[in-house]
Design a protein around this ligand. Structure first.
Ligand SMILES: [Zn+2]
Length: 150
């Protein structure tokens, strides 16, 4: 039986496709891939990215920084189209709004997403884009009201 909870942080992980694990592992990590299935650990403080039967792969084993495990601010939010938190903030600062969700949704509808091989969590980034956008908007509003008050 494959473990359902991360051996490090004891939190439940979500099953990911094998192609995702293969695409995301560095060559030395890929060379020791053996478990039949893997789960993604989303816990921010936990170094484990994928775990399977008697096997774990950590952040250093993965070719890209993992959104869930990086500090907020400069993270890549959409791996397919390389949208970063900095991009979200820049657009909001310039225009007061963010078009990222709309643009990415259009790409998804057009069948251009490659989440299963580009995003470490192996699924669409729209949830993360929405939360990062909310954070960036709140931050921009905080800066604006702070400036008005001083
Ligand atoms: Zn974990």
């Amino acid at each position: 039986m494959s473990p359902t909870h991360c051996p490090e942080c004891r939190q439940p992980g979500r099953l990911v496709e094998r192609i995702t694990v293969k695409a995301m592992l560095r060559p030395t990590a890929l060379a020791r891939l053996s478990a039949p299935e893997h789960r993604f650990c989303p816990t921010a403080e936990c170094p484990v990215v994928y775990f399977g039967m008697a096997e774990v792969f950590e952040r250093e084993d993965v070719v890209v920084p993992v959104f869930q495990k990086e500090r907020a601010g400069q993270r890549t939010v959409c791996y397919c189209f390389a949208v970063t938190e900095a991009d979200l903030r820049r657009e909001i600062a310039e225009t007061g709004r963010s078009t990222a969700t709309t643009v990415i949704t259009q790409h998804v509808k057009a069948g251009r997403c490659a989440c299963e091989v580009k995003n470490p969590q192996g699924r669409c980034c729209l949830g993360e884009v929405a939360s990062a956008t909310r954070e960036a908007m709140a931050e921009a509003e905080g800066v604006a009201s702070g400036a008005a008050a001083s």
